[in-house]
Design a protein around this ligand. Structure first.
Ligand code: ATP
Length: 351
């Protein structure tokens, strides 16, 4: 079931800057979504429009099928967890979490039970009487989530809410947030500029750039089948080389023809071919589909990052579990389904 829909939403700020251009998106109930894009791409603007903190210049916002375009933020069945958590520093954990229910003048007994349950959900049992200043960043993050889920919203909006945490804690909270979302079964819309984070956590991702949605889909769709140059470069490392479609399931690049898994593109159409570094295996030159010369090699703990070039001076990035030798000629092997063909210049044309 669709819980939120944005239809033809645009946002022009007072200074004339157009931050969102004809955004259409559908959010289903009970799933984890990410809005992913570089700084300034419009992620926060979308979140603020959904929350009702900012209004769209044109377009429509539906919630549960009802038009909420002009509905007050306070009347929307959703909560927001902000980047800085926005906790009340002078109140303890209990008072912070209880805040929304106290405002609604709920009976004390009911509030107590709800706070207990919310703190249990975020694994902060026993922290009710702690001061906010006595908590670590990760614990403050959990309090902010407990406060946001206490009145059981249908949707939780999270704005770059893990960005203040260090890397290890961030990973831990990624698992935790995902587990909380599954447990509660409510919809999460998570804003991030970190592609690994979005890939790890989401059921579906909207990739944004310059106020437009470039691609939406599951993490696997977006990683394996980027629709354009921007998505291919933004999500993970990519080798992108120019090529030409020969016929269905056959593409030419680096002056060679290769079997691929793509069809439906016109013969002779110019394309760009994406090959992910981890899909390239280093083999002997005789066994390789391409022959390259190794330029450099870095050991990154769990793999080697190898740079090489072919006879056409295309640079190739390879992730390999085994080292090779700088200066050596090696073969690169890849399967037909590892070749991802994109129509040339598709990025601008379709959006
Ligand atoms: P970040 O990751 O840096 O938070 P973002 O993708 O969330 O970026 P937004 O905050 O939505 O991006 O901003 C989108 C664009 O709109 C940016 O270029 C920003 O400078 C601009 N913008 C945001 N708020 C205003 C405003 N009040 N007036 C004018 N321009 C604004």
């Amino acid at each position: 079931m669709n819980i939120i829909e944005l239809k033809h939403v645009t946002k022009k700020y007072d200074d004339g800057f157009v931050a969102l251009k004809d955004i259409n998106l559908t959010i289903e109930s009970g799933k984890f979504y990410s809005l992913l894009g570089p700084s300034g791409s419009g992620k926060t603007t979308i979140l603020r429009i959904i929350a009702g903190f900012s209004s769209a210049t044109s377009g429509q916002i539906l919630f549960d099928g009802k038009d909420i375009t002009n509905l007050d933020a306070a009347k929307r069945h959703l909560n927001t967890v902000f980047q800085n958590y926005a906790l009340f520093p002078h109140l303890d954990v209990y008072e912070n979490v209880a805040f929304a229910l106290k405002l609604k003048k709920k009976p004390e007994k009911e509030i107590k039970a709800a706070v207990k349950e919310a703190l249990h959900t975020v694994r902060l049992d026993g922290y009710a009487n702690r001061e906010i200043s006595e908590l670590s960043g990760g614990q403050q993050q959990r309090v902010a989530i407990a406060r946001a889920i206490i009145n059981k919203p249908k949707v939780l909006l999270l704005d770059e809410s893990l960005s203040a945490l260090d890397k290890r804690l961030r990973k831990e909270m990624q698992f935790e947030l995902r587990a909380i979302q599954k447990k509660l079964g409510i919809t999460f819309i998570f804003v991030t500029h970190d592609q690994e984070e979005a890939l790890a956590m989401s059921d579906e991702i909207f990739v944004l750039n310059e106020g437009t949605i470039q691609q939406s889909g599951t993490p696997v769709d977006i990683y394996d089948e980027p629709v354009n140059d921007f998505v291919a470069r933004f999500i993970g490392d990519s080798n992108i080389v120019p090529g030409k479609m020969i016929q269905d399931y056959e593409v030419e690049f680096v002056n060679k023809r290769f079997e691929c898994a793509d069809a439906g593109i016109n013969p002779r159409e110019k394309v760009e071919v994406v090959l992910r570094p981890e899909d390239l295996d280093i083999v002997s030159p005789e066994k390789g589909k391409l022959v390259v010369t190794v330029e450099s090699q870095l050991f990154l703990g769990d793999h080697f990052e190898i740079k090489a070039h072919d006879g056409d001076e295309n640079e190739w990035l390879i992730h390999s579990t085994n080292p090779t030798e700088v200066g050596k000629e090696v073969g690169l092997y890849f399967d037909p389904e590892d070749i991802h063909v994109m129509r040339f210049g598709e990025s601008e044309a379709e959006f």
